[in-house]
Design a protein around this ligand. Structure first.
Ligand SMILES: *Cc1c(COP(=O)(O)O)cnc(C)c1O
Length: 381
């Protein structure tokens, strides 16, 4: 008997989708304040920029209202021009034909999976990797190849060993979310060299701006060399445009051409294109963002140490910390204190929460609430 004979309409959904669990985002601030009847709540759950966005970007949004009754430029010409200029540094040349823009970089990750992976093929990613990788894999009904992590980070040797004839796309976030771990550039480069050329390697650099390692080299540098390499970035994190939904990826032209066939023609809105273009021109804002993040990380690291909590050193704007508690109960208690963080049990990290780095006062508000709820709950180790 086919599934359709079962009279649940759910069975009309295709196989991968039936088994799909929706992505659970951080609770919006307004929702928490409404549900719990509190004010002055703090959200440190979605790695947003506590400084907001560049004033040039917000001005661009206001001015873009004039043209928002018309469809956006489907080719995002001015944004791509600005990106090409921004990304072409030292010996690297990125021309506009290599850039694909997305409604957030998440859309691009999905487009990549849909463009290159069919049902009988497989997608590889690491344990503790970004939730969107398994999600897009599941949505297309492809096989998951989740490779065990090494001290929370990616185990590149195990990933090479895990490659099969079915492997079609490999997703690697560098730095990785939610662990904040980072892959040495030389090791990552050697890895890409060893991967079969009929496998697309995606390096997700959503946290690129925050990396503070001297030897760090963006994978963008290697795009000219590898036809199977795609590097994605976003305006949601350091640029502070999460609510506008805009990201991009860079590849060789032939890959960009494939992605552009699948992409919806008007996937990035008029205000998003305008804001992203102007945001790029304000690198002073990025510098302030990165400096504030470094200070906030130090503040949180030293408080965690004082509290005797283990944390994973982070190259992003968030920290995963082992609170040694039932994190669902702890999360609920923090919400009552007006603090939103992310329990990351679903990433196979029991006992861990992920907190985004905020302004000093927000970090302090979080730390006080954490100390309070921890004193009122039971340690589970
Ligand atoms: C936040 C994040 C993104 C960006 O998502 P957008 O759709 O661009 O907002 C991509 N990858 C990782 C690993 C992230 O943490």
């Amino acid at each position: 008997m086919s599934d359709r004979a079962d009279n649940s309409v759910l069975n009309l959904a295709v196989g991968g989708i039936r088994a799909l669990k929706a992505y659970e985002p951080g609770k919006p601030l307004a929702e928490l304040e409404r549900e719990y009847g509190i004010t002055e709540a703090v959200k440190l759950a979605s790695n947003e920029n506590p400084l907001g966005m560049s004033a040039l970007a917000s001005q661009a949004i206001i001015e873009s209202v004039q043209s928002a009754s018309l469809y956006p430029d489907g080719n995002a010409y001015y944004l791509k021009q600005a990106l090409s200029k921004h990304l072409s540094v030292d010996d690297v040349r990125i021309d506009i034909g290599q850039i694909t823009v997305g409604n957030g970089s998440n859309e691009l990750l999905e487009i990549i999976a849909r463009s290159f992976v069919s049902q009988h093929e497989a997608v590889m990613y690491s344990q503790h990797a970004f939730a969107v990788y398994p999600l897009v894999t599941q949505a297309i009904g492809a096989t998951h190849q989740m490779i065990a992590a090494n001290h929370w980070g990616h185990d590149l040797d195990a990933m090479l060993d895990g490659i099969t004839a079915q492997t079609k796309v490999i997703f690697i976030a560098n730095p990785n979310n939610p662990t904040g771990t980072y892959l040495d550039s030389a090791l990552l480069y050697a890895f890409i060299q060893k991967v079969r050329k009929d496998i697309i390697v995606v390096i997700d650099e959503a946290y690129h701006e925050y990396v503070s390692i001297d030897t760090y080299v963006s994978a963008m540098t290697w795009v000219a060399e590898f036809e199977n390499l795609i590097v994605s970035r976003t305006f949601s994190k350091a640029y502070g445009l999460a609510g506008l939904r805009v990201g991009y990826c860079v590849s060789q032209n032939v890959v960009a051409d494939v992605l552009n066939r699948v992409r919806q023609p008007f996937n990035v809105s008029v205000p998003a294109q305008a804001a992203a273009e102007l945001a790029l021109s304000d690198q002073g804002f990025i510098k302030r963002t990165v400096d504030l993040n470094a200070e906030g990380k130090s503040q949180l690291y030293s408080a965690f140490s004082d509290m005797g909590l283990n944390y994973i050193p982070s190259q992003g704007n968030f920290i995963a910390v082992d609170v040694q508690r039932n994190v669902n109960e702890l999360n609920e208690a923090l919400l009552k204190q007006g603090v939103i963080i992310r329990p990351i049990e679903a990433y196979q990290m029991p006992g861990y929460i992920r907190v985004s780095v905020g302004m000093e006062s927000q970090n302090t508000q979080f730390l006080s609430a954490l100390a309070l709820v921890m004193s009122e709950s039971e340690c589970i180790v």
